[in-house]
Design a protein around this ligand. Structure first.
Ligand SMILES: [Mg+2]
Length: 431
């Protein structure tokens, strides 16, 4: 697609050429349509050190080459076109760039004739602009999930976002108030992994932008309020060979094929390491492993287990032909979430992994009765160490990526550890 011609046809005045860095932050240049032809060819220049990419101030420019297939006109400002870009440096792709990491995983699947379809369920809070409280003081039910009145008090925001997704052809199909006061979820149709990842990245930008327009603030922070349910980002996964869903098998247990169970086994097998990607912040570990919330359940997993249509496990099999990965949270980098899932699943296929027996128990009330299950990491550092020790994921996602990610995220952990918290003072002053 010729972006200059498209700009003329669709009235686009500016392009945002954007890439997600290792922390999932979107970095962009705003480029006038008059300059887009050259940018489409040569890329937009950035100083890599200024983003989270593990580069130095001495490194040459990175050039972000836009992927025209990802073009989205901002629904709230159609004169601006957003394009996801892939960073290059010194004539080579930047191997640690998350979108390129995902593309590598997709290529590994494609080499076996396979492609992953995935849909994400991004939960978020609408809060006051200063970030201290939810935005709707009347949203106070102890069990607020699906609260019709609280949902409709935010109709103007939710409908504007949903209208935008309808116009973009994402096929949204439902919106609800979620299980925490002030929390919402909007669902659109699943798609190939790269398309979903681009949409996921754009969705977060769109929700924040439209919320701001309405005088609110949207946050995808995993656990912004300690006593309320956190924001997950569940992913529904299936693997396809051409038009055939190879996870589906009418004769298989719960409608899943032997291959699906191998893939699932791979995801379970790498769970602790995957946490570093799917639960990438200090705050993430206050959502998983959490104490019961005011609604009665955290809805997040504590253990590396799978079940049938049962939301208390890391993986749920809700229906034939797919499974739901319930571990990831709102802070997950959209590209690394899918790359990690696919790489872990493909390893499961390579090893013909056995996921073990399904657990059909309520893990929240009966979890203590099973002693031989693995527990999820209790903090970011444990997850990073698990990721660092996972040679298979390192190989699949690329050593430059794995090294850069662990280095920057360990710095992140160390920055956190240098904080003196009120809890420490309260519990340690009289030691
Ligand atoms: Mg949900």
């Amino acid at each position: 697609m010729d972006l200059a011609a498209t700009a003329r046809e669709r009235g686009i005045k500016y392009f945002l050429i954007a890439f997600a860095d290792l922390f999932g932050t979107l970095r962009a240049k705003l480029v006038p349509a008059a300059a887009i032809a050259q940018m489409q060819r040569d890329g937009a220049g950035f100083a890599g050190f200024a983003a989270w990419l593990d580069m130095t101030p001495a490194d040459p420019d990175i050039l972000a080459i836009p992927d025209p297939d990802s073009l989205v006109q901002l629904p709230w400002k159609p004169e601006v076109g957003w394009v996801a870009a892939d960073p290059w440096m010194a004539g080579k792709p930047v191997e640690q760039a998350p979108r390129l990491v995902l593309k590598r995983a997709i290529a590994a699947a494609a080499a076996q004739g396979l492609s992953m379809q995935t849909g994400v369920e991004c939960e978020f809070f609408l809060i006051a602009p200063d970030g201290t409280a939810i935005s709707d003081p009347a949203d106070r039910q102890a069990k607020p999930c699906y609260d019709q009145s609280a949902l409709m008090r935010r109709y103007d925001v939710i409908a504007e976002i949903c209208d935008a997704m309808l116009a973009l052809g994402w096929h949204p199909y439902q919106n609800d108030h979620e299980d925490a006061n002030g929390q919402f979820e909007m669902n659109w149709q699943y798609a190939p992994a790269l398309i979903t990842a681009d949409r996921h990245a754009f969705f977060k930008f769109m929700v924040k932008s439209i919320a701001e327009k309405h005088g609110l603030r949207a946050t995808f922070m995993p656990k912004p309020f300690i006593d309320l349910t956190g924001s997950g980002c569940h992913a529904h996964v299936s693997l396809w060979r051409g038009d055939e869903n190879v996870f589906a098998d009418a004769d298989g247990d719960l409608g899943l094929s032997a291959l699906a169970y191998q893939f699932l086994g791979g995801v379970l097998g790498h769970a602790e390491a995957l946490c570093a990607l799917t639960n990438p912040t200090v705050n993430s570990y206050k959502r998983i492993n959490a104490a019961t919330t005011t609604s009665g359940a955290t809805w997040s997993p504590n253990t590396v287990t799978y079940g049938g249509n049962n939301r208390t496990h890391m993986i749920r099999i809700p229906d034939a032909g797919r499974f739901e990965f319930r571990l990831a949270d709102g802070a997950a980098n959209p590209y690394l979430l899918q790359a990690g899932l696919l790489a872990a699943g493909l390893d499961g296929l390579a090893r013909k992994s056995d996921p073990g027996t399904r657990l059909d128990i309520d893990m929240y009330t009966a979890g203590h009765t099973v002693t031989d299950v693995r527990r999820l990491p209790l903090n970011l550092l444990d997850a990073l160490r698990a990721f660092e020790g996972d040679a298979t994921l390192r190989e699949a996602l690329g050593a430059p990526f794995a090294d850069a990610y662990v280095k920057l995220k360990t710095q992140d952990w160390n920055a956190y550890a240098r904080h003196l918290t009120p809890w420490e003072r309260e519990t340690t002053l009289d030691c």
